[in-house]
Design a protein around this ligand. Structure first.
Ligand SMILES: [Zn+2]
Ligand SMILES: [Zn+2]
Length: 454
């Protein structure tokens, strides 16, 4: 069964009912538009390396119809939105559309995996509007925790749907332009038919802090420290990288980047003019030659990942930096549920060697800001747009139910929750057909790949 010319459909194959590995399909007039193609990580018992395996959505439903794909849009550079492209694109074999920063991250990823580069890879500026097959797509820049994240306004004859992607309200994002929901006004947004929306923080009251608040918190936290300092954060948060470089400048320290993903992200951010060229990092090999009060290392591994830079520092096995009494590790990241034990082990190992640890989850200063909307941000969006239909995605069932409840309270005519494989009718009449398409997970065994390439 293919989408008829008078209907517009939404079909998630990944990322609905779970956080991670997003793969969303929009259908109209016999054609499909894909939005995002991501991975998730899963810790396997008995793994040879201790590293998690890479999981991705089974795209079988759409690869068996690949002649009907008009394109794949990547909304931003996070792994749960583009990480599966190096593995799955050869089966999709369709044009890929994304913004320049996300394209550079994808090129690095494909190069490192020695995977086929998507072709054509079409670079789109945030705010562009393109006709992609039967879909009229308008990119809408929003704020999130990586640069150039865009929502999409997708138009088909008789339907306008807003795909929010991952978003938050941030008026001081440090990198890029500030944004608030009030910016979405005018005829493009009046009487919108459907909103497909991020549910990650729908259980969290209030609003997300700004990256600007984190920059202030980092300065207050680091200013009084005298020994070596390591800040751990997510590599893709370019604003955090910029904030740490500025704090280093303000406190007389030099920054070294520890971890391949941080170095790659730094290069992509520089190539796209997202970092202030006045505050450059030094080669990490030089960190150990500096006086202790001038050392500031930015490290990967805030989730306790085995083999990451912070893990090596905790084991005192890093080749270029050694920590001890008088030194401090600052976690500028929250602990993702499921990683608590690994993070605790890391913290205990550091403290056992006399290293002070300041964690964002416990600090009185703001040291981390989520990139997703909390309850008041969601309420503002729905109150403003009053959409005909809201479909919560990007969350587990409890997050999606909470998101749907907020939508109804704020005047959405209808809110439908579901799971991967459910077919949502956006127009002409909203509805859902449960378990319409087959879904599943594919697994890329990181361990096996490492053994092969060793
Ligand atoms: Zn996401
Ligand atoms: Zn994201």
């Amino acid at each position: 069964m293919t989408p008829p010319p008078d209907a517009t459909w939404f079909l998630p194959l990944g990322g609905t009912g779970e956080i991670g590995m997003n793969l969303n399909l929009y259908g109209h007039n016999g054609r499909w538009l894909l939005v995002d193609c991501g991975i998730t990580f899963e810790q396997k018992a008995g793994s040879v390396s201790g590293r998690p395996s890479i999981q991705m959505p089974d795209p079988g439903f759409i690869t068996s119809r690949r002649q009907c794909i008009d394109g794949l849009i990547l909304t931003h550079a996070h792994e749960d939105h583009l990480g599966a492209v190096p593995y799955l694109w050869p089966q999709l074999d369709c044009p890929v559309y994304t913004t320049p920063f996300t394209a550079s991250v994808l090129r690095k990823k494909c190069g490192w995996r020695r995977a086929a580069m998507p072709s054509p890879l079409v670079e789109v500026n945030p705010s562009d509007r393109l006709q992609i097959g039967v879909f009229d797509v308008q990119w809408l820049p929003i704020t999130h925790s990586t640069p150039e994240t865009c929502a999409l306004l997708i138009r088909t004859p008789g339907c306008r749907v807003l795909h929010t992607a991952d978003w938050k309200v941030d008026t001081r994002p440090v990198v890029g332009e500030g944004w608030r929901t009030a910016d979405w006004q005018g005829s493009d947004f009046d009487g919108i038919d459907a909103v497909v929306c991020d549910s990650t923080n729908a259980l969290t009251p209030g609003r997300s802090p700004s990256e600007g608040d984190v920059a202030d918190g980092l300065l207050k936290t680091l200013a009084p420290l005298t020994g070596k300092v390591v800040v751990a954060c997510f590599a893709s948060n370019v604003a955090r990288l910029q904030s740490v470089l500025r704090v280093a400048h303000a406190t007389g320290r030099r920054v070294g980047l520890l971890g391949r993903s941080l170095e790659n992200m730094y290069r992509c951010a520089r190539a796209n003019d997202y970092l202030d060229p006045d505050f450059s990092p030094i080669a990490h090999e030089h960190l150990d030659y500096l006086p202790e009060n001038e050392v500031l290392a930015l490290a990967t591994g805030s989730q306790g990942e085995v083999g990451a830079a912070l893990h090596k520092l905790s084991m005192d096995s890093h080749p270029h930096l050694s920590l001890g009494e008088g030194d401090t590790v600052v976690f500028s990241a929250k602990t993702i549920p499921g990683n608590e034990a690994a993070v605790l082990r890391l913290v205990e190992n550091l403290r056992a060697r006399g290293v002070a640890v300041i964690h964002a989850d416990e600090s009185r200063h703001t040291l981390h800001a989520s990139g997703h909307p909390c309850q008041e941000e969601l309420a503002d969006l729905y109150r403003q747009l009053k959409p005909g239909l809201v479909i919560p995605v990007h969350g587990e069932e409890s997050h999606m139910r909470a998101n749907a409840q907020i939508a109804r309270q704020q005047g959405a005519a209808s809110a439908l929750t579901g799971s991967n494989g459910d077919l949502f009718h956006l127009s002409p009449t909203p509805g859902v057909r449960r378990r319409w398409a087959p879904t599943g997970r594919l697994e890329w065994l990181e361990d096996v790949q490492r053994l092969i390439s060793a």
